[in-house]
Design a protein around this ligand. Structure first.
Ligand SMILES: *Cc1c(COP(=O)(O)O)cnc(C)c1O
Length: 393
């Protein structure tokens, strides 16, 4: 179905489908590694790109293509590229867009491994990286060098919830011929479309809001132009980071309820944030939906909602935070986020333990920071769970 002039929710349900001979209502799991050619000429045409027939599942597969096409529509890009994990999406983009003696500028507190793979691995092949506060536009201007190729942004950042002005940041980058890549995992396309705000490439860990059910690890990239799409798909296919058909099936199924899950999760998050902000044991809280968030106005302008990730620190720092994490029952003590269930975790010892303490401090990831991913349970239950745990702190 052509979803071109339809609303977001209609696109969620109907964009990306692969018609088969049985008229299946949803694209089935094409659990096959390879595809037979009709004859030698057809095989040659598939390889030459003159036929859109399928060849081999690492290159493309109908179940995976249905999900990729849906994501390309939802992010308003040329094409989607599904990957085995969010990190495979991140490293495929780095691999495609960076080379020896080239430079990338990133938000300081991006997802731990997205930073680690640059500092520990891409550095061995001569890629240089700098990490700055991209919410401060003058730092972007100052960090761009002669050999800078990519500006890599997370907004809101994980876990510090800083917001970067994507329109302004993209203008600065493009003035210097630098491509803009945005990790949109924390917002999902329901709340923010970076390609519409100037970015060239958007990516997601679909493990989080897009699949939303804590049962699949995966990633997806959407490129704005055909040229970028081809470059990144080449890197993904040659490095072998493809999604598999079963992953794609589950993810596409999860995707269809993104709007209603996100609406409920962010409604809950707002109530939890308001509860925590007033609590006497909370030292500070960061949630873009609160008026106290330093970039609340920018978040309102750039996003269509505030998502459901909250960071806060208790008075008494790390020790109090550990007490809280050991005493919650409904909230699961686990990494990951954006699922239907509420999760709590400690970035300094968990997701961001791979960063040096110095780098963490520079990026405002304090030892006492607790990250809370609000799920879609009854909000009264989430709050009373926090209440009884906070009473023990
Ligand atoms: C989880 C996450 C990733 C990595 O994704 P995986 O699916 O775990 O490989 C990348 N970026 C952000 C913002 C994330 O939250």
């Amino acid at each position: 179905m052509d979803t071109k002039n339809k609303g977001f929710d209609t696109k969620l349900i109907h964009a990306g489908s692969y018609e088969d001979q049985f008229g299946s209502a949803v694209t089935p799991i094409y659990q096959t590694s390879t595809f037979g050619f009709k004859n030698a000429q057809h095989g040659a045409d598939c390889f030459a790109g003159k036929s859109d027939g399928f060849i081999y599942t690492r290159i493309a597969n109908p179940t995976i293509k249905a999900f990729e096409d849906a994501m390309a529509v939802l992010e308003n890009g040329f094409g989607g590229i599904a990957t085995s994990s969010g990190m495979s999406a991140v490293s495929s983009v780095y691999m495609a867009l960076l080379g020896q003696n080239q430079h990338i500028v990133c938000s300081g507190s991006i997802y731990g491994p997205s930073r680690g793979v640059l500092e520990q691995d891409f550095s061995r092949f001569g890629v240089q990286s700098d990490f700055i506060d991209t919410s401060d536009l003058s730092q972007i201007e100052n960090a761009i060098k002669e050999n800078t190729k990519v500006l890599y942004i997370e907004t809101p950042t994980n876990p510090t919830m800083q917001i970067t002005d994507l329109i302004a940041a993209s203008e600065i980058a493009h003035k210097h011929g630098v491509l803009v890549v945005v990790d949109n995992t924390f917002s999902s396309p329901y709340l923010q479309n970076p390609l519409d705000l100037g970015a060239d490439v958007v990516l997601h860990s679909i493990t989080k809001y897009i699949n939303g059910h804590a049962d699949v690890v995966g990633g997806v990239i959407v490129a704005k132009t055909e040229d970028l799409y081809k470059k990144i798909r080449h890197a993904m296919v040659y490095m072998g980071g493809n999604m598999d058909p079963h992953q794609a099936f589950l993810t596409h199924r999860g995707l269809k309820t993104l709007s209603i899950r996100m609406e409920k999760a962010q409604e809950n998050a707002m109530k939890v944030a308001e509860y925590l902000e007033k609590h006497s044991k909370v030292a500070w809280i960061k949630y873009p939906g609160l008026k106290s968030h330093p970039q609340h106005e920018l978040a309102k302008k750039q996003m269509r909602g505030f998502s459901s990730m909250i960071s806060f620190e208790l008075k008494g720092g790390l020790e109090s935070g550990k007490k809280l994490m050991d005493n919650v029952h409904l909230a699961m003590l686990a990494v990951s986020l954006g699922g239907v269930e509420t999760l709590i975790q400690h970035p300094a010892s968990m997701t961001h333990a791979g960063m040096s303490k110095d780098a963490r401090e520079k990026a405002d990831i304090t030892d006492g920071l607790v990250r809370f991913s609000v799920g879609i349970e009854n909000v009264e239950d989430i709050i009373s769970d926090l209440e009884q745990a906070l009473a023990k702190v």
